[in-house]
Design a binder for this molecule. Structure first.
Ligand SMILES: *Cc1c(COP(=O)(O)O)cnc(C)c1O
Length: 362
């Protein structure tokens, strides 16, 4: 069999060099004589490690000094609750943009704690292609509140590249599946958060980047584990963190830094997505339903013209060494998640298989 590639949406592929480093140091981390999964999170050695990890993340994302970085429990869904819970004293009617499954899930969760104003920004062209209305036309309800949105809808494969800008509104972004895939201007956001298992590291840790001035007068009658001020005060160690996920995330940050940072990563990701969408454009055997301006660079969704062949496609692609291509059940079809760690050879191998399959069945 040829080389195996992992197209899973999350937990997802990690850089091979990172996996090898974990393996090499697994029984004796940093000359401690212990495995990283046996180390105390309160040990001087690990605390120093977390400081270096934070510094590297700050460098690659260019995070200004007036932002705190948290390493939390609870995944992205934890933040779906944490955000409205922390802010409910100040913002009772926040705006929630609906661009797909995850952004709508965040809004549904917020309904438990406040009265979100849900704004649907999905549109269809005459020939039934999905696109997202330009942020300039988003009908946000009111000023002086926060606006939650999701720049990459992992399930549908829809990405919003435009950065929303509204005066007197705090922009909050669920960057779970696009963080570290391209450069972003942190200063435009009040909060950016992302679970780890797409583009950062193993599941179990969630990164929250939050601007200092938002931390005043927050609701503190909430579970301590979701309380931003308590988490900042305890340096993300209010309780025992996922030491392993934190450590591996640090290795991934270092990998990005050594590659030359997000500029290089973004260039590679553009190139990878381009060749795959270009191929999809040349054939009617496969279909992608997203307008090019919103085609995700991380999650490429496609369907077979002959839908009854989907199962066969998935079966045969695995035999070919291409794993995790099954689309999410709510959209069906196929999805190739091509996060940072997916090498361009993986994309080429996928296209080769798709051509072969097309020839065989068309
Ligand atoms: C995966 C994902 C989530 C859910 O993350 P969990 O850590 O499983 O809660 C939320 N939002 C987006 C955009 C995602 O891709």
């Amino acid at each position: 069999m040829s080389q195996i590639y992992n197209f899973n949406p999350g937990p997802a592929i990690l850089p091979q060099s990172v996996l090898l480093k974990i393996k090499k140091n697994f029984l004796n981390w940093n000359n401690s004589n212990f495995s990283i999964i046996e180390i105390s999170h309160r040990s001087q050695q690990f605390i120093e490690e977390t400081m270096q990890i934070e510094k590297n993340l700050r460098d690659i994302l260019d995070i200004p000094e007036n932002y705190n970085i948290l390493f939390c429990h609870g995944g992205a869904r934890g933040q779906f609750s944490a955000i409205p819970l922390n802010f409910v004293k100040n913002f009772i009617q926040p705006d929630y943009i609906n661009s797909g499954y995850w952004s709508l899930s965040a809004a549904e969760e917020a309904k438990k704690y406040c009265k979100p104003n849900i704004i649907d920004v999905r549109r269809l062209t005459k020939d039934k292609k999905i696109y997202i209305e330009s942020t300039k036309f988003w009908k946000i309800s009111s000023k002086n509140t926060y606006l939650h949105y999701c720049p990459n809808e992992t399930i549908e494969g829809i990405e919003i590249f435009e950065e929303p800008e509204f005066h007197n509104t705090i922009i909050i972004g669920d960057f779970s599946s696009t963080i570290l895939s391209r450069q972003i201007n942190i200063k435009k956001y009040g909060i950016i958060y992302a679970c780890a298992q797409k583009n950062i590291g193993p599941a179990g840790i969630t990164i929250v980047i939050i601007r200092n001035d938002l931390l005043f007068n927050l609701n503190n009658k909430i579970p301590s584990i979701l309380d931003y001020n308590l988490l900042i005060k305890s340096k993300s160690m209010l309780n025992t963190p996922s030491v392993f996920s934190w450590y591996v995330s640090g290795l991934v940050f270092k990998w990005i830094k050594d590659l030359g940072g997000l500029k290089i990563i973004e260039k590679n990701n553009k190139q990878k997505a381009k060749i795959l969408y270009k191929y999809l454009n040349t054939t009617s055997f496969y279909k992608n339903y997203i307008l090019p301006s919103n085609q995700s660079r991380m999650n490429v969704t496609f369907h077979l013209q002959q839908k009854n062949l989907t199962h066969t496609f998935l079966e045969q692609s695995e035999k070919y060494g291409l794993y995790g291509l099954k689309g999410h059940s709510i959209v069906g079809g196929m999805r190739a998640s091509i996060y940072n760690a997916m090498p361009i050879q993986g994309i080429k191998s996928l296209i080769k298989f798709m051509k072969f399959f097309e020839k065989k069945f068309s």
